[in-house]
Design a protein around this ligand. Structure first.
Ligand code: NAD
Ligand code: UGA
Length: 450
């Protein structure tokens, strides 16, 4: 019999993941619940004005919403009636007390454990979808199974999708990971969870491990990816100092099959809700187990990232005759990467704030992220938000391209040049423009790692 699913947390992870699970498991009822009423209303909006922008998501939600995918704020009913509970709530970095600025804040997580326990009317499989410190499942199990008449089996099924490509990543994942306890109940629960994914993912790509390995693998995978970005950005600085070209260096490094070409793009540093939080979580875990050198090693990845944004602003100010006070600087792109409206930990916010400290006037434009940008930059002096690139560039002294939105390279750069104050400067922090052509037009051009 197909077991029904509830997912607690209707955010970037819960919404898209459950939409694809529902699409590929038409025989299962999937309910996504959240305490955030506005978010649930948006998922249910008649005109499909979804709270998350992801290419392809709308198409999937149109097919399954109301068929076997439902969004609700009624957590009690949903938990009572389901067999499998995925938990995809947020696990931000703790901002207070012990471990502040490093450890995960598990208050939302613990609240859900207590809710599941309170509302359950039978045995349940509880699946960790959020990214969590290793051994969280032990705490979850302790809460759930303490004096309980029902049996709760806790699994770890971390999610590896990236924003902007979430639907593609979910439909064709490199791997799905399910970690569970090595006993009869644990093995049966793992098989149940595997069967959800096996309806579209080839079995050989569904990897099973112990719970602790699954929890730690997620942190380690993000740390390795973040480390590659920081490594290439560290080389970018050296390229700028020596006349080497970071794109050429990356191309050749990546041609070594042991290294591979992906995640070697120098830029303004990694943003997004997870890399910094997860690496800091790993640092905290290492520290707690007395592994100070390992902690310091991983901390370097985050420090390098912060340094990259400071370096961008210092180079820009230097090129603009050591002052940007009252100069207009257009920021092209505020999302932390292309194809998303998400601005969590976006390098653009850091750059905007550093420029505001220099008393620059900042014109922000982004095709998807302006609502979030308004919130993130509230109270920052000298910031205006523009409807498009041409408006942002008009009268500007410099453009800083921060996000690799594809259409930026197809803009009418002649028109942009004409509308700017001279000398007009473009800082292509993503190396995604035709820089030679910009020079021909008359721009002064700064690039990353060149
Ligand atoms: P999010 O903030 O977009 O969504 C989390 C949702 O959980 C929010 O809507 C919040 O209202 C809800 N919530 C919190 N407490 C709740 C409760 N007690 N009951 C019901 N709902 C509750 O976060 P996200 O980006 O979806 O990330 C969630 C988790 O997934 C994090 O641990 C993150 O590290 C992990 N993750 C995220 C991504 C990503 O691309 N965003 C990728 C892989 C893993
Ligand atoms: C990342 C991981 O790629 C996912 O596997 C993981 O599931 C997710 O974190 C998570 O746990 O939240 P995401 O942050 O959405 O996904 O996006 P990425 O494509 O990884 O990009 C992260 C940041 O690194 C972006 O700011 C991007 O511009 C930057 N980046 C990426 C570079 O600067 N250079 C690169 O070569 C690659």
């Amino acid at each position: 019999m197909n077991k029904d699913i509830v997912c607690i947390g209707a955010g970037y992870i819960g919404g898209p993941t459950m939409a694809v699970i529902a699409l590929k498991n038409p025989g299962r009822r999937v309910v996504v619940v959240d305490i955030n009423e506005a978010r649930i209303a948006a998922w249910n909006s008649p005109d499909f004005d979804l709270p998350v922008y992801e290419p392809g998501l709308l198409d999937v939600v149109r097919q399954v919403r109301g068929r076997n995918l439902f969004f609700s704020t009624d957590i009690e009913t949903a938990v009572r009636e389901c067999d499998i509970v995925f938990v995809g709530v947020n696990t931000p970095t703790k901002s207070f007390g012990r471990g502040a600025g490093m450890a995960s804040d598990l208050q939302y997580w613990e609240a859900t454990a207590r809710e599941i326990k309170r509302f359950a009317r039978g045995d349940k499989i509880v699946v960790e979808k959020s990214t969590l410190p290793v051994r969280t499942a032990a705490a979850m199990e302790a809460i759930l199974n303490d004096h309980s008449e029902h049996k709760f089996t806790v699994l770890s099924n971390p999610e590896f999708l990236a924003e902007g490509t979430a639907i593609r990543d979910l439909l064709e994942p490199d791997r799905v990971l399910v970690g569970g306890p090595d006993d009869a109940d644990g093995r049966a629960a793992v098989e149940e969870c595997v069967s959800i994914y096996a309806s579209w993912v080839p079995r050989e790509r569904i990897l099973t491990t112990g719970v602790w390995s699954a929890e730690l693998t997620k942190l380690a995978a993000n740390a390795f990816l973040a480390q590659r970005v920081s490594s290439i950005n560290a080389i970018a600085g050296l390229c700028e100092a020596t006349g080497a070209d970071v794109d050429e260096v990356a191309r050749v490094i990546g041609a070594d099959r042991r290294i591979g070409p992906k995640f070697l793009k120098a830029g303004p540093g990694f943003g997004g809700s997870c890399f910094k939080k997860d690496v800091l979580n790993l640092v905290y875990l290492c520290e707690s187990f007395g592994l100070h050198t390992a902690a310091e090693y991983w901390h370097g990845v985050v420090k390098m990232n912060e340094h990259q944004q400071e370096r961008i602003v210092s180079r820009l100010v230097k090129q603009m005759f050591n002052t940007v006070a009252n100069k207009k600087i257009a920021l092209f792109g505020f999302a932390f990467k292309a194809d998303t409206g998400d601005t969590r930990e976006t390098p653009s916010a850091t750059v905007a704030k550093l420029l505001a400290e220099e008393h620059a006037r900042i014109a922000v434009t982004d095709p998807k992220a302006i609502p979030n940008a308004r919130r993130d930059l509230e109270g920052v002096p000298g910031v205006e938000f523009c409807d498009g690139e041409y408006e942002a560039a008009a009268g500007a002294d410099a453009i800083v391209l921060m996000t690799d939105w594809r259409h930026y390279k197809d803009l009418d750069w002649n028109r942009i040049f004409e509308s700017m104050r001279k000398p007009a400067l473009v800082f292509d922090t993503r190396n995604c423009l035709d820089q030679a052509r910009l020079r021909e037009i008359g721009f002064r051009v700064l690039a990353i790692g060149k």
